[in-house]
Ligand binder design. Structure first.
Ligand code: UDX
Length: 312
């Protein structure tokens, strides 16, 4: 919008929130449509960022059939729209297409190691078939597609109940509750800050690269190190609590981003601690907002009819 583009945001608000975009309402380049991509959408556009689907494991596992419909029927609808209006479509795919990887770090040529019937399958396999659909539409119908394989991302405007590790640990540390580590905490992840991802998505959309591109920050940590870092940054005395391991949890994950560097001239620029401090500031404000905006019902005054005695 700042570059002069007209932007139509389509959301069914399953995991999104109107508060996240309310500051744009009234801007001449902004439009918000409450719509679910599982139903066809008729708009006139040049570019489609197809970002629909819950991305947090507890959210996508909450209703696996809906997650599958969003990633399959939703993707078909968006590709159909792209075909009809001649738009270019960028699919938000995921590092989860690599499953519990046997190759480390993961590059785009790796085919992945996914359990097709496990609890994560609705998302992993949903995104894998969404990629397949993109390339079928490209080959058969000539639709221009871009596929971003997005690695773990965090930042302000995440939902307090998101359930992913960054928001969980920050909220737990801020409230003096134990930081919940699933399993021994030796599994690794690499976290990128949201503004780096947005820059990568825009660069990919406007490039001529139609094959999949990893977007992530390659700085890798164990989840236990990550819990300790968040405790330190928050200045929290919370304990670390070890809970049972999540089923099919990928044991290591780190993006190989050489392709994005070479072909898009993109790489993450926000250091982990700087991004985490911004997220901590945001969640502190969210907790204050929640404390000040709780709905406390007022007792109703008794309705006493005139002229009659009340019998209780
Ligand atoms: O409270 C928690 C939450 C999570 N974890 C662990 O932290 C690690 C990261 O978990 P998250 O839920 O944040 O995210 P995951 O890496 O499992 O999945 C993510 O992968 C990349 C994206 O496509 C998605 O955002 C999401 O599916 C996992 O090993 C998980 O078991 C905890 O130890 N404690």
């Amino acid at each position: 919008m700042m570059d002069g583009h007209e932007v139509t945001v389509v959301d069914n608000f399953f995991t999104g929130r109107k508060r996240n975009v309310e500051h744009w309402i009234g801007h001449e380049n902004f439009e918000l449509i409450n719509h679910d991509v599982v139903e066809p959408l008729y708009v006139e556009v040049d570019q489609i960022y197809h970002l629909a689907s819950p991305a947090s494991p507890p959210n996508y596992m909450y209703n696996p059939i809906k997650t599958l419909k969003t990633n399959t029927i939703g993707t078909l609808n968006m590709l159909g729209l792209a075909k009809r209006v001649g738009a270019r479509l960028l699919l938000a795919s995921t590092s989860e297409v690599y499953g519990d990887p046997e190759v480390h770090p993961q590059n785009e040529d790796y085919w992945g190691h996914v359990n097709p019937i496990g609890p994560r399958a609705c998302y992993d396999e949903g995104k894998r078939v969404a990629e397949t659909m993109c390339y079928a539409y490209m080959k058969q119908e000539g639709v221009e597609v871009r596929v971003a394989r997005i690695f773990n991302t965090f930042g302000p405007r995440m939902h307090m109940n998101d359930g992913r590790v960054v928001s969980n640990f920050i909220l737990q540390a801020l409230q003096g509750e134990p930081l919940t580590v699933y399993g021994p905490g030796t599994q690794t992840r690499a976290f990128q800050y949201v503004s780096d991802l947005v820059n990568g998505l825009v660069a990919l959309m406007n490039s001529n690269v139609s094959s999949p591109v990893n977007l992530g920050n390659p700085e890798e940590h164990t989840i236990l190190e990550f819990a300790q870092l968040i405790k330190k940054l928050v200045g929290s005395g919370s304990e670390i609590q070890f809970l049972s391991e999540a089923q099919d949890d990928p044991q290591k994950r780190k993006p190989d981003i050489r392709k994005a560097k070479l072909l898009l001239g993109w790489e993450p620029v926000v250091p982990l601690e700087e991004g985490l401090n911004k997220a901590i500031h945001y969640f502190r404000k969210e907790l204050e907002y929640q404390a000040n905006n709780q709905y406390i019902p007022k007792p109703k005054p008794a309705r006493i009819k005139k002229g009659r005695t009340r019998h209780n």
